[in-house]
Design a protein around this ligand. Structure first.
Ligand SMILES: [Fe+2]
Length: 368
């Protein structure tokens, strides 16, 4: 199985992984032979990359770190929960609000517990590319992904379970304030005006003001909403906090938040592959993000996910076939073409033991 862009997919290719919508409903089953009209349908659903099965990639199995059903459940709990916490008309009674909040918090805690169980049991390099995403509502799927990444990072930090659970709740709720920002501003494809950017920046305080009123929500969780855009050097917002003035949870969340934003398709730019997004985190390491968090994050995720096509510095081409737990940046490659781009009988090389070789081009990237 390998990952290719829908743009590059040809009719007749065979789908390697079942595609579901955000609610978990099956859109296309694994094994389906793709036709021009199915490919056009995928584009309409805003699906940009898919896994296909072909001879070159036979036997490469993509491990799903979080089952598609669990991710879909998380997105539906977030959708319902965030909407129930927002009283847009301002006419709900206090007991009514308290009841709704209690219910939302309990459902968030339950779904996060399932994510935590899953990640604690299977210590794999996290790869959310493996779950094909339908990009219909960025906010809800972003909150689910940030919760998954933050959970992995909190585990890597060796934090006690209570703190991991609080970070999880904070991650699920961190962008609650965006529910009050007009969608035309949030989803604007062009450059934001200064006024629009200022409007978006209010989401941290808006979320905090809602969350801190509910006694079911611990104060550090509300601070995740308030502080997730603060940066170590004081150049973040809303308060311009510096270094240790920023809560530990917010430092973890900011890494997960930026990584998911960069690796997701947005209306104004295409998604990046994980290794490129990591380079951006590294560029901000020590100034925007804690060095330790960026390092732990790199060790926790699949920097080069299985199924991605790469070109080596000697011209050979292949597919990432497996992770390398000794060295996340040097995976195992199944070579499929030689230096002259001639098809060869596939063979594998372990980049961690070949110091003279490196990956020059990660092919899907240019097309994502
Ligand atoms: Fe945010």
């Amino acid at each position: 199985m390998r990952l290719i862009t829908v743009e590059r997919c040809q009719p007749g290719m065979k789908l390697g992984k079942t595609i579901r919508d955000e609610n978990g409903k099956v859109l296309l089953c694994k094994g389906t032979e793709l036709t021009s009209s199915l490919l056009a349908g995928l584009k309409r659903y805003r699906i940009f990359t898919i896994y296909i099965d072909d001879d070159e990639s036979e036997g490469i199995e993509i491990i799903e770190s979080i089952p598609a059903e669990l991710r879909a459940e998380a997105v539906s709990v977030i959708t319902e929960g965030l909407n129930s916490l927002v009283d847009r008309k301002g006419n709900e009674s206090i007991p009514q609000r308290m009841m709704q909040t209690g219910r939302a918090v309990r459902s968030f805690q339950k779904v996060f517990k399932d994510i935590l169980d899953c990640l604690s049991k299977n210590r794999v390099a996290l790869n959310l590319l493996a779950t094909a995403k339908v990009h219909d509502n960025y906010l809800y799927s972003h909150c689910a992904n940030v919760a998954i990444y933050s959970c992995q990072l909190a585990i890597a930090n060796g934090l006690p379970i209570k703190k991991i659970e609080e970070i999880g709740l904070g991650a699920l709720l961190h962008d609650l304030g965006k529910m009050y920002i007009p969608p035309e501003v949030i989803n604007k494809p062009d450059k934001l005006t200064n006024e629009e950017y200022d409007q978006i920046k209010t989401h941290c305080e808006l979320g905090f003001d809602i969350l801190r009123k509910f006694h079911e929500i611990p104060l550090p969780v509300s601070h995740c909403a308030l502080q997730h855009h603060e940066r170590l050097d004081g150049r973040g917002y809303p308060r311009g906090l510096k270094g240790d003035e920023i809560h530990q949870y917010a430092k973890i969340l900011s890494v997960a938040d930026v990584f998911d934003a960069l690796t997701s398709h947005r209306v104004y730019r295409p998604a990046m592959l994980p290794h490129r997004a990591l380079e951006i985190l590294y560029a901000g390491s020590g100034t925007q993000f804690e060095i330790k968090q960026v390092q732990l994050f790199k060790d926790s995720i699949a920097v080069y996910p299985q199924g991605v096509t790469v070109t080596l510095n000697d011209g050979r081409k292949g597919i990432v076939s497996d992770y390398n737990f000794k060295s996340a940046g040097r995976p195992i490659i199944r070579v499929t073409r030689d230096e002259e781009q001639q098809v060869v009988t596939p063979y594998e090389i372990d980049l961690s033991s070949k110091d003279h070789l490196c990956m020059e081009i990660v092919e899907a990237e240019a097309l994502l």
